[in-house]
Design a protein around this ligand. Structure first.
Ligand SMILES: NC(=O)c1ccc[n+]([C@@H]2O[C@H](COP(=O)([O-])OP(=O)(O)OC[C@H]3O[C@@H](n4cnc5c(N)ncnc54)[C@H](OP(=O)(O)O)[C@@H]3O)[C@@H](O)[C@H]2O)c1
Length: 286
């Protein structure tokens, strides 16, 4: 008898860490639902994956997830797909899509790009897919970063409207990933949900070379050479998707639990959660 594949959604699946995670998931017979920014990049990624895993179950959905409308649309397409393919169950959601910016840019809603994509997109997608995740007692993973440790939430100017500092905006977005994972565990652990932040380490990807200015581009082009292959952090995502009993720790790096910032606490998590609900005009079931 053929064993039914478990479905995993991976955002930012067209390159870098997300792409490597998809490869590893396909190798381990998961059904992969990739999400990317553009049709072209999704088709190219799908072709590369299918070439390597011709028997693999892989489907892509695309949308510019900086904009909330696009996240809601992609989420609704994924829900339809899950209904037809997976008995409305989702084993894991990997919120990995992310960007860095050199200057202040805003989404259709007027939200700063790094905050909008790196945090709010995952906040909406998780909300929309939560019933499917709860049915499967699923896992929710966030690609955070060690840079979250060098940051506090800037509550008075969350989107850096007064004096844009791209690096601080990035670090804060990675702290948001940790705070959101913290909240999800608090709220839904008793429903079987387990949420984690993953520190992928310094990884040789092109994240700093996309939609950035000369200096960020140059600095990243040098820095990334010291990074590991995306295949390295991908192993941690696979472990968290496959381990029988979901671990209790919140933060993982290279397969092991790691220390995270003391800023990741209930007070900050609750506050961010309430603000995010307002900014996205959604309400999570308590
Ligand atoms: N690289 C590192 O050293 C490092 C370290 C710590 C954390 N991270 C985190 O790792 C995650 C993945 O980054 P990466 O390094 O693998 O970089 P990457 O190769 O640039 O991957 C980013 C992914 O997100 C997608 N994406 C970008 N903007 C999008 C948008 N507006 N809407 C939808 N999808 C969008 C990209 O699509 P396209 O292919 O179309 O660009 C790509 O699939 C990010 O959250 C990043 O913050 C990276």
């Amino acid at each position: 008898m053929q064993v039914k594949s478990k479905s995993v959604v991976v955002t930012g699946a067209t390159s870098g860490i997300g792409f490597s995670v998809c490869e590893l998931l396909l190798k381990n017979r998961f059904r992969v639902i990739g999400v990317g920014r553009s049709k072209e990049n999704c088709e190219a990624a799908r072709e590369r994956l299918i070439e390597k895993y011709p028997e693999g179950e892989i489907v892509f959905f695309y949308g510019d997830m900086v904009h909330q409308q696009e996240v809601f649309r992609v989420a609704s397409e994924i829900r339809d797909y899950l209904r037809k393919s997976s008995g409305d169950e989702l084993h894991a959601l990997i919120n990995n899509a992310g960007c860095v910016r050199s200057w202040y840019m805003t989404s259709n809603e007027g939200y700063e790009h790094q905050f909008a994509l790196n945090h709010l997109a995952g906040f909406i997608l998780t909300h929309e897919l939560l019933p499917c995740l709860i049915r499967a007692k699923g896992r929710i993973l966030f690609t955070s970063s060690a840079s979250h440790k060098m940051m506090r939430m800037r509550w008075k100017d969350l989107m850096f409207e007064k004096g844009y500092n791209p690096l601080l905006a990035y670090k804060q977005s990675k702290l948001c990933n940790m705070l959101f994972a913290y909240s999800l565990n608090e709220m839904y652990r008793d429903k079987g949900i387990a949420a984690y932040g993953v520190d992928p380490g310094l990884v040789n990807t092109s994240i700093g070379n996309k939609e950035t200015g000369f200096i960020v581009n140059l600095v990243w082009s040098i820095r990334r050479r010291f990074g590991v292959s995306p295949d390295e952090p991908a192993k941690t995502y696979l472990m968290l998707c496959t381990v029988e009993t979901p671990p209790n720790e919140l933060y993982f790096k290279f397969l092991k639990p790691a220390r995270y910032s003391s800023q990741v606490n209930k007070e900050n998590a609750d506050r961010l959660f309430a603000i995010s609900e307002q900014l996205c005009n959604i309400r999570y079931e308590r």
